[in-house]
Ligand binder design. Structure first.
Ligand SMILES: Nc1nc2c(ncn2[C@@H]2O[C@H](COP(=O)(O)OP(=O)(O)OP(=O)(O)O)[C@@H](O)[C@H]2O)c(=O)[nH]1
Length: 383
């Protein structure tokens, strides 16, 4: 049995933390305790014992003070700091993968700080590329009985599915307060959802929004959601009473199988396509550079200013050439390529085998005739 990861995401107050607490105790009573991670830097107290807690390494209040940030900015910055060490965290969890069946992760209540931040994506991606990973999207059932609120919440869940590209379980929490059968009904029967929307509109009046427009918008969105619902598992639970947690664990097992069958292959395909695209882009950049060197060769060797035009021509052109940094006077020029390398440094021989040789050949073919400053700079750069 390999360890699977469950990342709990939900709107503030949906009951994520209580859900984590109940899931933890439920698994413990089954004699399969989970490995628990807390990623909420701002929480004061957590009602479960965490194996890894972001608060051990990052002091949220200090981040706020030191970086002069508000609450949300400090959460994002704390996650950024934490994500710089994510490889160490993954190594720690990996060491325990034989001992635990589940790794459960609590995320900040400010959902957007995690879902839409670069660090949230890095953390999710790191887990997903190491373990079968499932998203548990926690919904506050009593607060979603209005069809429009429900649909907004489902659209948000849909955007998370699209962003993370991971299997998702929608967990209707607080079942002890409001039974989630209505939600199951709306998700499986389009007509029933339409009826609920009509009833809701009649009950609340039109509010001057123009019923024609609103209802046709809701109709088309709910049609789109039908497709989304087909990708999901949904369960209803009560973190208060513990009801529904066996169903949740069965859903996790189903989604892990699905992850292995479909998502894993899909993720690998995306990564491969990304790599190939990157390789093509690099080749294109190199060809651009070689073309530039060749162009210089054809020009009159005395036209030193003309060579500068070539650089800016490329920059203003299709964007696949060099970056002109004339404005940085006094700063040593560094020619980089657009994209990742612009920030990370040069393309190395390791990245593109044969690159150095091709540079050298191109340089030798023009070096004798080109007297321009650009060619000299490139020659200096190649040394
Ligand atoms: N009745 C009932 N109340 C619940 C249930 N789950 C959570 N709650 C209550 O809902 C409130 C919010 O729960 P939390 O677990 O703090 O929610 P959260 O999503 O972690 O909140 P943030 O971290 O602030 O986003 C608390 O008062 C809980 O007691 C449930 O299943 N039934």
């Amino acid at each position: 049995m390999t360890m699977s990861t469950v990342i709990c995401i939900g709107m503030a107050g949906s009951g994520k933390t209580t859900f984590m607490q109940r899931l933890n105790s439920h698994l413990r009573t089954k004699k399969t305790p989970p490995y628990v991670i807390n990623l909420d830097p701002a929480v004061l107290k957590i009602p479960y014992g965490a194996n890894i807690d972001i608060r051990d390494s990052i002091k949220y209040k200090k981040v706020m003070e030191n970086y002069q940030l508000g609450p949300n900015g400090a959460i994002v910055t704390s996650l950024n700091l934490f994500s710089t060490k994510i490889d160490q965290v993954i190594k720690l969890v990996e060491k325990k993968k034989e001992k635990y069946n589940h790794c459960i992760i609590d995320t900040p209540g400010q959902i957007e700080c995690f879902v839409w931040s670069a660090s949230g994506a890095i953390i999710t991606e790191s887990f997903a590329s190491t373990f079968p990973t499932v998203i548990a999207y926690i919904v506050d059932t009593p607060r979603n009985t209005s069809p429009t609120t429900f649909m907004s919440n489902m659209l948000y869940a849909c955007s998370i599915l699209y962003k993370t590209k991971l299997p998702m379980i929608v967990v209707f929490n607080k079942n002890d307060v409001t039974n989630a059968d209505f939600a199951k009904d709306w998700m499986t029967d389009f007509e029933s959802f339409q009826r609920a929307v009509r009833d809701d509109q009649e009950l609340n009046g039109d509010l001057g929004m123009g019923s024609g427009y609103m209802s046709s918008l809701i109709n088309s969105m709910s049609l789109m959601l039908e497709e989304f619902y087909s990708q999901l598992d949904m369960v209803s639970v009560s973190s208060f009473t513990g009801e529904g947690f066996d169903d949740f664990l069965t859903a996790v097992d189903n989604k892990v199988d699905e992850y292995e069958e479909y998502y894993k292959a899909e993720r690998e395909r995306i990564l491969k396509a990304k790599e190939e695209k990157e390789k093509l882009r690099k080749d294109k950049s190199i060809n651009g550079l070689m073309k530039d060197l060749g162009l210089n060769d054809k020009k009159d060797g005395n036209e030193s200013d003309a060579s500068a035009e070539v650089i800016s021509d490329i920059e203003a052109g299709d964007g696949d050439g060099l970056v002109d940094r004339d404005e940085d006077e006094g700063v040593e020029r560094e020619y980089t390529f657009p994209g990742e390398e612009r920030t990370q440094g040069e393309i190395t021989e390791k990245d593109t085998p044969g690159l150095q040789k091709r540079y050298q050949e191109a340089l030798e073919s023009v070096a004798k005739t080109a007297s321009s400053e650009t060619a000299e700079n490139i020659a200096r750069h190649l040394k």
